[in-house]
Write a protein of this length. Structure first.
Length: 88
């Protein structure tokens, strides 16, 4: 769908996807090693957290009408301002 809109997938988005795949694989490994009700509950809580973070980042990355430069500027501007203030 992105190719039809003319947007390209940024390498950082692919990195985030890879990180989330790794997190899911670690959660499944945790569940296999802790196959109890407590282990299932721990895995469920962490899965909800990972899914929430994934959904928010994927939504922010695919917001319609926002250019990449605007996103990058909105992210880096506060960081740059803080680093300038800390130098003074």
């Amino acid at each position: 769908m992105r190719a039809a809109m003319g947007d390209e997938v940024a390498p950082i988005e692919l990195l985030f996807d890879l990180v989330f795949v790794f997190a899911i694989s670690q959660l499944s490994s945790h569940l296999v090693t802790n196959l109890t009700w407590r282990g299932a509950l721990e895995t469920l809580v962490l899965l909800i957290a990972v899914f929430g973070i994934w959904s928010l980042t994927s939504f922010a990355a695919s917001m319609p009408g926002i250019s990449r430069r605007a996103e990058i500027g909105a992210i880096h501007r506060p960081v740059l301002q803080r680093s300038r203030q800390s130098r003074l």
